[in-house]
Design a binder for this molecule. Structure first.
Ligand SMILES: C[S@@+](CC[C@H](N)C(=O)[O-])C[C@H]1O[C@@H](n2cnc3c(N)ncnc32)[C@H](O)[C@@H]1O
Length: 247
C-alpha cells in the first residue's frame, strides 16, 4: 500500500499516462502538464518523441537505464526547487508501470504525488481490432496478465485460459510460442497480436491459438505487442447477442 507522506514539503510530482503511442491519445490534463513541465522524465522508446518534444523548454530525461534511487533523487531535487516535475509513463501507469515504488519513496521524502491516467495499449489494441473486450454472449470479463520471465517466477496463463474470458497478455512478444503452448482453451480459439497499437507502423495479425505465434513471427513482430485471446477478437463473434442498449 502507498504510505502517507512523512512531512509534506509542498513539492509535488505528477505521474502522467502518455497513452499508447499516438501523441493525440493523451488526456487533455496530461497534455497540459507535459506542456507546463520544467522537468520531464519519460519512459524511453514507449513514449512517442513527438509528445516529449511538446514539453518545449523542459529538461528532458529518458528513464531507460536509470536506477530507482537515481530517478527519485532527480525528481526530489527538482520538485523541492519549485520546478514542475512530470513523470511520463507509457499507456496507463497502473498497468505494468512500476509507479508504486517511486510513489512510496517520494512520499517518504515529503513529496506529494498526483497520478493522471492514460489510454492503455490494451485499449488501443481493442480499437485497432475494432472490437469490444467485453461482448454480450461472448465474454463478460477481461483478464490482463503477463508471462513468467526475469521478474516473475510463475504465471497463471494456463489457469486463466480455462475461464472463457477475453485474455490480454502484456510483455510477452518474444515468447508467444511459449505462451500459446500454455493456453488450455480450444486451439481454434481466436487470437490476435497487435504490434505498436496506434503508432504509424502498427501491425495486426489475426489467427487462432494454434497459429498466432507463427503468424506473428512471420510478420516480423518481435517486441512491443499485445496478445489478445478469445471470441471477441474473431472475425465472426460466435454467440454474440445484441445489446439491449439500442433496442
Ligand atoms: C511496461 S509495459 C507498459 C504498459 C503500459 N502501461 C500500458 O498501459 O499500455 C510494456 C508492454 O506493454 C505493451 N505495449 C506498450 N505499448 C504498446 C503498444 N502501443 N502496442 C502494443 N503493445 C504495447 C507491450 O506488451 C510492452 O511489452
Amino acid at each position: 500500500m502507498v504510505k502517507k507522506p512523512v512531512q509534506n514539503t509542498g513539492a509535488k510530482v505528477w505521474f502522467v499516462g502518455a497513452g499508447p503511442g499516438d501523441p493525440e491519445l493523451i488526456t487533455v490534463k496530461g497534455h497540459r502538464l507535459v506542456q507546463e513541465a520544467d522537468v520531464l522524465i519519460y519512459a524511453g522508446s514507449l513514449v512517442n518523441p513527438v509528445l516529449v518534444a511538446e514539453s518545449g523548454a523542459a529538461k528532458k530525461l529518458d528513464s531507460w537505464g536509470m536506477h530507482l534511487d537515481e530517478m527519485v533523487d532527480t525528481m526530489v531535487q527538482h520538485a523541492a526547487a519549485g520546478e514542475k516535475v512530470v513523470r511520463l509513463h507509457s499507456g496507463d501507469p497502473s498497468l505494468y508501470g512500476a509507479i508504486v515504488e517511486q510513489i512510496e519513496k517520494l512520499e517518504e521524502r515529503g513529496i506529494e504525488v498526483e497520478v493522471v491516467p492514460g489510454v492503455s495499449s490494451l485499449f488501443a489494441a481493442a480499437a485497432a481490432l475494432k472490437t469490444q473486450l467485453t461482448l454480450r454472449g461472448v465474454s463478460e470479463s477481461v483478464i490482463v496478465t503477463r508471462p513468467a520471465g526475469k521478474t516473475l517466477k510463475e504465471d497463471q496463463i494456463a489457469e486463466f485460459s480455462r475461464l472463457n474470458s477475453t485474455m490480454v497478455v502484456f510483455l510477452g512478444t518474444e515468447k508467444l510460442g511459449e505462451i500459446t503452448a500454455k493456453l488450455a482453451c480450444p486451439p481454434d480459439t481466436p487470437a490476435a497480436v497487435v504490434y505498436h497499437a496506434s503508432w504509424p507502423d502498427q501491425k495486426i495479425v489475426r489467427g487462432t491459438v494454434s497459429d498466432i505465434a507463427t503468424k506473428a513471427k512471420d510478420a516480423g513482430i518481435e517486441h512491443t505487442a499485445l496478445l489478445l485471446v478469445g471470441g471477441v477478437v474473431g472475425d465472426v463473434k460466435k454467440g454474440h447477442v445484441k445489446s439491449y442498449l439500442y433496442s
